[in-house]
Write a protein of this length. Structure first.
Ligand code: FAD
Length: 378
């Protein structure tokens, strides 16, 4: 089967939105006013999330009746691209805006939509994703965390791992086993879990750069009320895989080192040798091609298509590109990067060297994505 992409560009309206967000970034995210990060999952700023909510830049593609903007996936891409390339602190709303909101909108009850979507669109709620477990990462269908039916709801027991933002999250969308079946994909369900429930323990995991943005989360007989089952009991696998398609091909998969390149040019741009010029030239052309893939995927989703294979291609190409950029910059500069350097470029390069290996792992490893692409080509 041939894999199709649509050829597309930003429309005049989308370019106008881009200018609007750029102007916002100039006035609200001035250089030196905050420590920028590399792409998503940097740090949180509740004030920034609330401000983005007030401007209608969260929940953009959600229905207006639940506080959303009824806008397109491409418009969300335009907004997110500008914020990410400035290294803005988006952690407070990132997962809720990208993924949990759309999943609740798609599978949630009317009551759940009314309860969760408006505060997500206002930037008030922080969500995390409870999929991976100590023995279930790529083989997600083998999760062992179990919810057992009790009077008025369910009790949840088990352990999740690598849960980004678990330490600050208000809610987790958790994937767990609720039934028995010889087919591992059946008998799974999703719940919206209040992270402040009794029996939830969050154990931070320190990353190579010393931050602790993800965690192990242990559930010890945690009670979940009946009305927080998300979607159909037993349909968790289907829901969860559709959720993954929301998170795969966005700008966060190819923009992480953008600021690093910009800072490199500011510091070394006046004396680039041929090697540096060649590296930058090829990086820019690859970057532009991958951005087109991402834009195409967003456009296809807006057209009602389900470009899951194209998304996997975008993430595979994008994250590998990001790592190549970091390795290339490391070769070009003659310095020992340090997290405590007084120069931003050096601090960010040090951070990138330490965290970039994770870019091809989070959200599904590149080996797993290539399996999806191969099946799509069959
Ligand atoms: C920064 C970061 C943030 C994360 N945030 C979250 C989060 O918020 N929520 C969450 O649920 N999870 C999160 N994860 C977990 C992530 O989704 C898993 O790490 C990932 O799915 C891989 O699973 P694993 O670590 O168990 O590795 P494994 O599945 O054990 O894989 C180990 C290696 O074997 C390869 N491999 C495995 N199976 C196959 C196969 N069938 N064919 C070929 N190769 C294979 C993999 O590609 C990998 O190289 C995060 C991970 C990182 C690094």
């Amino acid at each position: 089967m041939a894999i199709q992409f649509v050829a597309t560009e930003l429309t005049d309206d989308e370019r106008a939105l881009q200018q609007e967000v750029r102007a916002f970034c100039e006035s609200h995210l001035e250089d030196g006013s905050f420590e920028p990060g590399l792409g998503m999952m940097v740090a949180r700023s509740k004030e920034l999330s609330l401000e983005l909510g007030r401007r209608g830049w969260l929940g953009m593609a959600l229905p207006t009746e639940y506080g959303g903007g009824d806008r397109s996936v491409v418009e969300r891409l335009v907004v997110v691209e500008e914020l990410l390339r400035r290294g803005a602190h988006l952690e407070q709303h990132w997962t809720a805006d990208r993924q949990s909101g759309p999943v609740i909108n798609r599978f949630g009850t009317e009551e759940q939509k009314r309860r969760f979507l408006p505060p997500i669109c206002r930037g008030e709620l922080c969500f995390c994703i409870g999929m991976s477990e100590p023995d279930s990462g790529s083989d997600l269908a083998s999760v062992k965390t179990r919810a057992t039916k009790v009077d008025g709801g369910w009790t949840l027991s088990g352990t999740k791992i690598w849960t980004s933002n678990a330490h600050i999250a208000d809610y987790m969308i958790v994937l767990c086993r609720t039934g028995e079946s010889d087919d591992a994909h059946k008998g799974l369900s999703q719940f919206i879990l209040d992270m402040h429930s009794e029996g939830v323990t969050v154990n931070p995991i320190t990353f190579l750069d010393g931050t602790a943005e993800f965690a192990e989360v242990v559930f010890d007989d945690v009670f979940i009320p009946e009305d927080l089952l998300l979607g159909e009991e037993g349909d968790g696998w289907h829901q969860c895989t559709s959720e993954l398609s929301f998170e795969r091909a966005g700008p966060e998969r190819w923009i992480s080192p953008f600021l690093l390149v910009e800072l490199f040019l500011r510091e070394y741009g006046s004396s680039l040798n041929p090697e540096a010029r060649s590296f930058l030239g090829s990086s820019v052309s690859r970057w532009w091609g991958i951005r087109q893939v991402s834009l195409s995927v967003a456009r296809m989703i807006d057209e009602g298509l389900a470009p899951s294979v194209q998304s996997a291609i975008g993430k595979d190409l994008g994250t590998e590109f990001e790592q190549t950029v970091v390795a290339g910059l490391q070769q070009l500069v003659d310095l020992e990067p340090s997290l405590s350097s007084d120069r931003l470029f050096h601090r960010l390069l040090a951070r990138a060297i330490l965290i970039s290996p994770s870019w091809t792992i989070r959200g599904g490893t590149n080996e797993i994505l290539r399996g999806i692409i191969r099946k799509g080509l069959a």
